[in-house]
Design a protein around this ligand. Structure first.
Ligand code: ZN
Length: 368
């Protein structure tokens, strides 16, 4: 693969990528156009639906009008015949028919009225819908014109690019072009990629073996990446320059992060120191408070001891000795306490033994 072919393939790829981009721009514009047209189209459908309905109802109403006309004529005729009847039977027959026609006429007239009412309402709604439709149309028109123009321009650009690509592709060695096109035919947007400075594929970043790297750099064959299948070319001067810029940017970013981290660490250290100082101060305060409390306690205990020496022995101490005697002694009147106490105890014990024997009985029964 000559350097010329490499450049050509790369340029071809650039053209293909541009074409793909412009094509998707056209599609996006079409979607946008459909979106802005959608409400107007809906409104248009509503108007058309109402127009059809109106025509249908008007037709029905015409038919009823016609029927009314016929029945009026018939009723006139019958009225004429009424005058020329020769006997009662004939009169009755004509009268019956006349009655029937009159009733039908009445029905028709009712229906005509109801239909006319319906027509009036449909016309009103139609008028509203038409106004809404016109309004919607006017509203979206500028945007639609704009988008339509944009789509036309984009389509034109697409055609130009396709033409350019065609001419350009003709100048490339057909065998190599076929390889390129077979790669592009897959659902990929990249068919040619530069080797990176560290020897990785510029598309999939898998590392290319050293020997293969040498072949790519010095031999003329077409070599494809084992990882992703793209045609690999040596790094170009501009590719190297780009990589250097990128490296610099990364180093700069790293440095900035490092500096930021340093600053952060300093802030954290400061905070920790401040906290420690505060804690120390608090501890000191607490120690002082405790000391003071102790001193007070000592003074109090001394006082208490003096009081104890003077007065009788503290009563609470007597209670614990009798605690087995239970609280009953406290509740029961003092004079009865000695008598009732044993009784209560025996009663309790009896109840307890009864309860326990009562418990045992069902157990034994259950056992049997
Ligand atoms: Zn690759």
């Amino acid at each position: 693969m000559t350097p010329q072919t490499r450049t050509s393939l790369k340029e071809l790829q650039q053209l293909d990528q541009d074409i793909a981009q412009v094509r998707s721009a056209v599609q996006e514009l079409e979607v946008l156009l459909e979106e802005i047209d959608a409400p107007v189209l809906r409104s248009e459908r509503d108007v058309k639906g109402l127009q059809t309905r109106l025509q249908e109802v008007q037709l029905v109403e015409k038919r009823v009008e016609l029927s009314i006309e016929e029945r009026r004529v018939r009723s006139k005729k019958l009225e004429g015949r009424m005058e020329g009847v020769r006997n009662v039977r004939e009169e009755a027959a004509v009268h019956a028919e006349l009655e029937m026609v009159r009733r039908a006429l009445e029905n028709d007239e009712q229906e005509a009225l109801s239909l006319l009412d319906q027509i009036r309402r449909i016309e009103e709604r139609l008028e509203e819908q038409e106004a809404a439709y016109q309004e919607g149309l006017t509203e979206v028109e500028p945007r639609r014109v704009e988008l339509t123009q944009e789509r036309l321009d984009t389509e034109e650009r697409l055609e130009e690019l396709k033409e350019k690509r065609k001419t350009f592709a003709e100048g490339i060695d057909s065998k190599e072009r076929r390889v390129y096109e077979s790669i592009m035919a897959g659902s990929t947007e990249v068919a040619v990629s530069e080797l990176m400075q560290d020897g990785a594929c510029g598309n999939c970043f898998s590392v290319v073996p050293l020997q293969v790297q040498n072949e790519i750099r010095h031999a003329t064959g077409m070599i494809r990446c084992e990882g992703c299948g793209v045609i690999l070319t040596p790094e170009s001067a501009e590719g190297i320059a780009r990589a250097e810029v990128e490296n610099e940017r990364i180093m700069e970013a790293l440095k900035t992060t490092e500096e930021e981290r340093e600053a952060e660490r300093a802030v954290v250290a400061e905070a920790i120191a401040a906290e420690a100082a505060e804690e120390a101060a608090l501890a000191e305060e607490a120690a002082l408070a405790e000391e003071a409390a102790l001193a007070k306690e000592v003074a109090k205990t001394g006082l208490a001891a003096m009081l104890a020496d003077e007065g009788a022995e503290p009563e609470p101490e007597a209670a614990p000795a009798e605690d087995v005697a239970e609280s009953e002694s406290e509740v029961a009147p003092v004079e009865e306490a000695t008598e009732s106490e044993p009784e209560a105890t025996t009663a309790d014990e009896a109840a307890e033994s009864e309860a326990s024997s009562g418990d045992e009985v069902p157990d034994e029964e259950a056992g049997v």
